[in-house]
Design a protein around this ligand. Sequence first.
Ligand SMILES: [Zn+2]
Ligand SMILES: [Zn+2]
Length: 398
Amino acid sequence: MPVINSIADQKDEIAAWRQDLHKNPQTKYEEIFAGDLIAAKLDEWGVTYKRGMAETGIVATIEGQKTDSGKTIGLRADMDALDIQEKTGLPYASQNNGKMHACGHDGHMASLLGATKYLSENKNFNGKVHLIFQPGEEGGNGAHKMIAEGLFDEFPCDYVFGIHNWPKEPAGTIVMRAGPMMASVDEFKIEIIGKGGHAAIPETAIDPVIIASQIVTALQTIVSRNVNPIDTAVISVTSLNAGTEAFNIIPDTATLRGTVRTFNNDSRRMIKDRIETLCENIAQAFGATVDFNYGFETDATVNTADGVEIAANAATVVVGTENVDTNYSPTMAGEDFGAFLVEVPGAFVFVGQGNPDDPHGHNSTELHNPNYDFNDDVIPIGASYFAALAETYMPLEE
Ligand SMILES: [Zn+2]
Ligand SMILES: [Zn+2]
């Protein structure tokens, strides 16, 4: 496989950093161990960087042998772990109780560090690379926070690229698509304020349970009746809470919670408005009021066509045309890399990491599972892909 030889030669060393990161997982905005490890490597290689962006984030910069192309790209890895108790039993399993790198961000950091080392030694490109180590991907809006703190003002990029390991696809593949790749992730909380009373005297009460039930049913008409059938969206009510254990009391309030997923920011805003309208009007029709909370959490990850072209070129150099899919199916899962793509063109790709010979092994286990583990065999691919992005988009010889 034509991964970059000098990176492949250092696979064991890079895997050791990865396992060290795996052993010491920390969740959003507490990624101190990872930050220290990354900063120590950058110091060792003489790479300049800024630490403390979005609290625990780091942005390093490498200039090529030439910079007169004026081109710049951003390469991003996420840093945080999850609140999961690891069950892999691996020798380098998490030492932090209840915390685990179950999404493979340890592997993303190691891959980007491998590329950083290679690029800082070879500088085999004409332009500038910003290496973005982002905290708080898992529900922390870390990408938004970095942008709000001026990421792209201080480190402007023509394009930005990210990877996610993908257990469903075999190691040795890189898959992507232009347009929506991953869904937006929003959440809502709706409190229906009625009037409690005796279950046998309902005429004196305003029953929030009945109203909540009507709202749950009505919300399911938004996708079927308001969203363009060509678009994809999901609305799930995941929690309905009201009352106590009592069978004879009508409660004062009922609370609904749920999530909305879309691939399209226009649908996303329309859905939020429809949920609010339905809730308020249904509640009003029954004499109740609502307290409506809607959080726009993670943007849809929408790759630009030119970003995918650059990504596909780099991926092809590393794994060969036959192992690159540029028309991969999107997933309804979310990823906060989408926030970068709202600001700057680019692409987010999945790097296959599954092992078809061992479908029940850690590397083929789904993300966010206590038995999952990042596949170290994929490190040379991820690192070479990142390096190839710099070398193919900003070649020394045009
Ligand atoms: Zn995750
Ligand atoms: Zn992840």
